[in-house]
Design a protein around this ligand. Structure first.
Ligand code: DGJ
Length: 716
């Protein structure tokens, strides 16, 4: 990103080859937004606009007419009623801020503008960061109390963004619940404020993904139209406020906290907000997704030390949860290791159930040692058997949770989040450890270090299966109790940072009950996301569409995305042939009982795994184009195009097709090299142009029908 400051026009211009973003300083030192949209090649292009907009503030006009300009950071300037990004109460009770420009500094890809209050010793730094040429800006603020008395913070959002005024916009967002994550919703904005938020305290997603997209007139498609979008890097409760103020001025204010207030900022203390990253593309939702993918591949997802994990292929997993649930023991685990190695799986994961008394969900959480009854020799024999057979070994943990029936809870009943005068509400018989506490944080690091090294782990699956209810922290001074939610998530990130730094090649799964923390706060730490606990191959037609808008599918897994034939949520029975093609679209994981499976099932799995391994390099470093949507049809088509465009695979999934659905169009591919020749697995040749302009036919017959069409660039 190029960042320039025009002395002449008093404005900042942040630009990439697709996007420009500009704001300036008025003569009375207010920071006002100027422009966000397609790239302006010349800084000078902004000068006339700056001269027009960057004028001293005058309050005139009727009471109801929005006269205030679009302030770069909203904090309640006179007549600016936009949701405030920052709101504080000073020690004397004054509740208004008057922030004026103080100074700025520009270093490579990073701009910091400091504002100070006109009267009180209080400053706010606005940070802006770029990523090479990606059309993205990451913003966050740092509040700094320079006075000798505490300041109460009632809002500390990361940024306010303003869209070009006078236009109508459609909002796209993803929402849902456990087992139904990333459902796509669209609505034309009215003057009613829309708040995308989660108030579960220690989770971000499932109910609402911290993401927004806005397009003019609702006219953008997958392949065309201007789209403004953003994601918040925070794994706790959050809100993204989208509002359309009369007459037609749309802004987005987002950050941590859904009912954030009364946060005490002590003298000389700083509060840094999470990063809110927004972008602009002119090529529709598909281009937006490409930008998200490039950002993750090239900047965000963990790199590793021995292997470049970001670009490496994910191992084929066998996970014990679906077939065995809590019934794991040394014998069946060793049996599974042998069976899954024979099929060609590459990583064996013992899921929930390996701790003392954990034969149901009533005990075991908190005591992170192998159950001596069911694992009399510990887990080493299983780790060793895996390694001997060339498999990686992985383990499930849920470090933030504790069962009341555990040694940890008996020793530290004060460690859980609770209100002293209320019953401690249990969910799944568990309570939440207060990770905001430093002693809990220290315990967790030590426990994880021990588990990773003692059990020789190559893979750690981190679960989180309940939300907070009574959010008390009675041991903390009253004025600090409210900071629980923030400190909790900050410490959560610190633990993940520790794991990444100490074990750079350990593979980490962000499970969170399936999708509970599918957010860009966790992306830099995790190699895999449990996309959803719902691995039903019909429901996935919809879930995968929402997920793949934001996240790279090679990070997409579940306890077993080739799950048992009868699905545990709604009892639907599906064909293995259908489930196994789905397995290829993400990070493949098998969750079928191999100790009881018949030979036919095993040989089919063996065949699928072998085939997947030959394609995985192309499928896992690819963009995903949503060629046909299950929201509109009884089928879904996804095209995976390798990032260098030299190979692609078309996946097609149908279910419940009627006779009249069988007359399918030719499906036009996207994102290929027009004049290159591609060859299909069965030897057919077509140019990129023909594939994109004329398209491919796909035939579906029967229910749970799937098809795969694999193409590679012809060798010259
Ligand atoms: C929820 C996870 O999403 C599942 O994959 C599994 O690990 C269970 N928890 C275990 O309790």
């Amino acid at each position: 990103m190029k960042i320039t400051y025009s002395e002449k026009g008093q404005y900042f211009h942040l630009s990439t080859s697709e996007m420009s973003y500009a704001f300036g300083v008025t003569p009375d030192k207010r920071l006002v937004n100027l422009y966000w949209g397609a790239e302006l090649a010349s800084d000078e292009s902004l000068l006339p606009l700056a001269e027009e907009v960057l004028t001293p503030f005058t309050a005139s006009g009727g009471v109801d007419v929005k006269k205030a300009p679009t302030f770069e950071l909203t904090f309640g300037e006179p007549f600016d009623y936009t949701a405030p990004a920052v709101k504080v109460v000073f020690p004397d009770g004054v509740r208004s801020l008057r922030l004026v420009y103080k100074e700025h500094r520009i270093t490579e890809n990073h701009l910091v503008v400091t504002l100070r209050d006109a009267v009180y010793p209080f400053e706010v730094e606005l940070h802006y960061k770029g990523y090479a040429d990606l059309p993205l800006i990451s913003r966050y603020v740092v509040l700094h109390n320079l006075s000798r008395a505490p300041v109460t913070v009632d809002a500390a959002k990361s940024a306010s963004f303003h869209l070009p005024g006078g236009e109508k916009y459609r909002l796209t967002h993803l929402s849902g619940s456990w087992g139904a994550e990333y459902t796509k919703n669209t609505l034309m904005l009215t003057q009613a404020r829309t708040v995308i938020q989660n108030n579960r305290l220690t989770a971000s997603a499932a109910q609402a993904t911290p993401f927004f997209a806005l397009d003019k007139d609702g006219a953008a498609t997958e392949t065309s139209g201007e789209v403004y979008f953003g994601v918040l890097a925070w794994s706790g409760d959050f809100s993204i406020i989208v509002e359309n103020q009369y007459p037609k001025q749309v802004s987005v204010v987002g950050g941590m906290g859904s009912d954030f207030e009364n946060y005490i900022l002590k003298p000389d203390e700083r509060l840094e907000t999470p990063v809110f990253t927004a972008g602009f593309v002119a090529g529709g939702f598909e281009r937006m997704s490409e930008v998200f993918y490039d950002w993750q591949f090239d900047h965000l997802i963990p790199r590793g030390k021995k292997t470049d994990k970001a670009h490496a292929e994910r191992p084929v997993i066998y996970n014990s949860w679906y077939p065995f649930e809590f019934r794991v023991n040394e014998e069946n685990c060793l049996g599974m290791v042998d069976e899954c190695a024979a099929l060609g799986a590459e990583l064996f994961v013992i899921d929930d159930g390996w701790m003392p008394g954990r034969t149901t969900d009533h005990a075991g959480l908190g005591d992170w040692v192998a159950d001596p009854k069911r694992f009399p020799n510990g887990l080493r024999p299983i780790a060793d058997r895996c390694h001997k057979k060339g498999l990686l070994f992985g383990l499930w943990v849920e470090p933030e949770m504790v069962n009341p029936d555990s040694d940890l809870y008996r020793a530290h009943p004060d460690w859980v989040i609770h209100d002293p005068t209320r019953p401690r509400t249990e969910q799944r018989t568990q309570l939440v450890l207060n990770l905001a506490r430093e002693d809990v944080f220290e315990w967790m690091i030590a426990m994880l270090d021990r588990v990773v090294t003692d059990y020789k782990l190559d893979y750690l699956k981190w679960d989180m299966n309940r939300y907070v209810t009574e959010d008390g922290w009675p041991d903390a001074p009253i004025e600090e109790q409210k900071s629980l939610a923030i400190r909790y998530t900050q410490n959560l990130f610190r633990v993940w940072e520790h794991l990444n730094e100490t074990y750079p090649d350990l593979l980490l799964e962000n499970c969170a009950s399936g999708g509970g923390r599918s957010d860009f706060g966790m992306v830099p730490y995790a190699d895999r996301i449990n996309r959803s606990d719902n691995a039903d191959p019909v429901d996935i037609m919809v879930i995968h569409e929402g997920f793949s808008m934001l996240f790279i599918p090679k990070t997409a897994g579940g306890a077993g995305n080739i799950a048992p034939a009868v699905h545990h949520i709604h009892g639907r029975k599906t064909l293995l042939s259908y489930r196994s093609v789905w397995g290829m679209t993400g990070s493949m994981s098998i969750g079928i009982n191999l100790l009881t499976a018949d030979e036919e099932t095993k040989s089919e799995l063996k065949r699928v795994i072998a085939r997947f391994k030959t394609l995985r390099g192309d499928l896992q470093n690819a963009y995903v184009y949503r060629i046909a949507s299950a929201y509109e049809h009884p089928y879904a088509l996804f095209e995976y195009v390798r990032r260098d465009r030299k190979a692609f695979t078309l996946f097609a999934f149908g279910h419940g097709m009627r006779a009249w659905d069988l007359r399918l169009p030719r499906f036009r591919m996207r994102g290929l090299i027009p004049d290159a020749v591609y060859v299909s697995e069965d030897g057919k040749e077509m140019t990129g142009e023909a594939l994109m302009q004329i398209g491919l036919t796909v035939s579906f017959k029967g229910d749970y029908a799937s098809a795969m069409s694999v193409w590679k660039l012809k060798e010259s």
